[in-house]
Design a protein around this ligand. Structure first.
Ligand code: SF4
Ligand code: SF4
Length: 112
Protein backbone atom coordinates (compact mmCIF):
# COMPACT_ATOMS: atom_id res chain seq x y z
CA UNK A 1 0.00 0.00 0.00
CA UNK A 2 1.33 3.41 -0.88
CA UNK A 3 1.94 5.91 1.88
CA UNK A 4 -0.41 8.40 0.23
CA UNK A 5 -3.25 5.86 0.05
CA UNK A 6 -2.63 4.93 3.68
CA UNK A 7 -2.90 8.59 4.73
CA UNK A 8 -6.11 9.10 2.73
CA UNK A 9 -7.66 5.99 4.27
CA UNK A 10 -6.71 7.09 7.75
CA UNK A 11 -8.21 10.52 7.10
CA UNK A 12 -11.41 8.87 5.86
CA UNK A 13 -11.56 6.75 9.02
CA UNK A 14 -10.75 9.88 11.06
CA UNK A 15 -7.70 8.23 12.55
CA UNK A 16 -5.79 10.93 14.35
CA UNK A 17 -2.36 11.47 12.79
CA UNK A 18 0.19 13.16 15.00
CA UNK A 19 3.23 14.99 13.75
CA UNK A 20 6.52 13.36 14.69
CA UNK A 21 7.84 15.02 17.80
CA UNK A 22 11.43 16.13 17.18
CA UNK A 23 11.53 18.13 20.41
CA UNK A 24 11.11 15.22 22.78
CA UNK A 25 8.53 17.25 24.68
CA UNK A 26 5.46 15.71 23.11
CA UNK A 27 4.82 13.09 25.70
CA UNK A 28 6.53 10.17 23.97
CA UNK A 29 8.11 8.26 26.82
CA UNK A 30 10.19 5.14 26.66
CA UNK A 31 9.94 2.32 29.14
CA UNK A 32 12.71 2.84 31.74
CA UNK A 33 14.32 -0.43 30.60
CA UNK A 34 14.66 0.86 27.03
CA UNK A 35 18.29 1.13 25.93
CA UNK A 36 18.75 4.49 24.24
CA UNK A 37 21.56 7.02 23.99
CA UNK A 38 24.86 6.03 25.60
CA UNK A 39 26.48 8.48 28.01
CA UNK A 40 29.77 8.84 29.83
CA UNK A 41 30.55 10.07 33.33
CA UNK A 42 33.94 11.46 32.41
CA UNK A 43 35.12 11.81 36.00
CA UNK A 44 34.84 8.02 36.51
CA UNK A 45 36.64 6.97 33.33
CA UNK A 46 40.20 5.68 33.81
CA UNK A 47 40.92 5.31 30.09
CA UNK A 48 41.35 1.52 30.19
CA UNK A 49 39.90 0.99 26.65
CA UNK A 50 37.92 -2.10 27.66
CA UNK A 51 34.72 -0.56 26.29
CA UNK A 52 36.39 0.03 22.93
CA UNK A 53 37.64 -3.57 22.77
CA UNK A 54 34.28 -5.08 23.78
CA UNK A 55 32.00 -3.00 21.54
CA UNK A 56 30.65 -5.37 18.86
CA UNK A 57 29.87 -2.49 16.49
CA UNK A 58 33.21 -0.70 16.66
CA UNK A 59 31.22 2.33 17.76
CA UNK A 60 33.79 3.42 20.35
CA UNK A 61 37.07 5.14 19.59
CA UNK A 62 39.55 6.06 22.31
CA UNK A 63 40.92 9.57 21.97
CA UNK A 64 43.44 11.56 23.95
CA UNK A 65 42.44 14.78 25.64
CA UNK A 66 43.99 16.99 28.32
CA UNK A 67 42.88 14.59 31.07
CA UNK A 68 44.05 11.39 29.34
CA UNK A 69 42.41 8.75 27.18
CA UNK A 70 38.65 8.68 26.89
CA UNK A 71 36.05 6.98 24.70
CA UNK A 72 34.05 8.72 22.03
CA UNK A 73 30.81 6.96 21.04
CA UNK A 74 29.41 7.09 17.51
CA UNK A 75 25.68 6.61 17.86
CA UNK A 76 25.28 6.05 14.13
CA UNK A 77 27.19 2.79 14.58
CA UNK A 78 25.85 1.88 18.03
CA UNK A 79 23.26 -0.89 18.21
CA UNK A 80 22.38 -0.08 21.82
CA UNK A 81 23.34 -3.49 23.14
CA UNK A 82 24.67 -2.18 26.46
CA UNK A 83 27.87 -4.23 26.36
CA UNK A 84 30.07 -1.19 27.01
CA UNK A 85 28.14 -0.44 30.19
CA UNK A 86 28.51 -4.05 31.33
CA UNK A 87 32.24 -4.10 30.57
CA UNK A 88 33.22 -0.81 32.16
CA UNK A 89 35.03 -1.56 35.45
CA UNK A 90 34.29 1.87 36.96
CA UNK A 91 30.63 2.26 35.92
CA UNK A 92 31.54 5.33 33.89
CA UNK A 93 29.12 4.41 31.09
CA UNK A 94 25.38 4.66 31.37
CA UNK A 95 22.56 3.90 28.95
CA UNK A 96 19.74 6.40 29.00
CA UNK A 97 16.18 5.70 27.92
CA UNK A 98 16.34 8.58 25.44
CA UNK A 99 14.69 7.30 22.28
CA UNK A 100 14.61 10.38 20.07
CA UNK A 101 17.83 10.18 18.11
CA UNK A 102 17.14 11.76 14.69
CA UNK A 103 19.43 14.71 13.98
CA UNK A 104 20.15 16.91 11.01
CA UNK A 105 23.88 17.10 11.69
CA UNK A 106 25.70 13.76 11.93
CA UNK A 107 28.24 15.26 14.35
CA UNK A 108 25.48 15.41 16.96
CA UNK A 109 25.61 11.62 17.05
CA UNK A 110 29.04 11.73 18.67
CA UNK A 111 28.99 11.32 22.45
CA UNK A 112 32.13 12.65 24.09
S1 SF4 B 1 25.84 0.03 23.42
FE1 SF4 B 1 26.85 -1.69 22.36
S2 SF4 B 1 27.12 -0.99 20.26
FE2 SF4 B 1 26.67 0.82 21.48
S3 SF4 B 1 28.67 1.65 22.05
FE3 SF4 B 1 28.04 0.29 23.72
S4 SF4 B 1 28.92 -1.71 23.22
FE4 SF4 B 1 29.00 -0.46 21.36
S1 SF4 C 1 35.69 0.86 30.03
FE1 SF4 C 1 34.99 2.55 31.34
S2 SF4 C 1 36.83 3.26 32.38
FE2 SF4 C 1 37.51 2.01 30.64
S3 SF4 C 1 37.80 3.51 28.97
FE3 SF4 C 1 35.73 2.73 28.78
S4 SF4 C 1 34.48 4.22 29.93
FE4 SF4 C 1 36.59 4.52 30.57
Amino acid sequence: MSVLRDIIERKARRVKIRRYDFTGKGGIEADPSYRGRVGLKRELCIGCSICEKDCPSAAILMVQDEKGKRPVFSLDRCMFCGQCKESCPTKAIYISSELLLPVFDRRELEVR
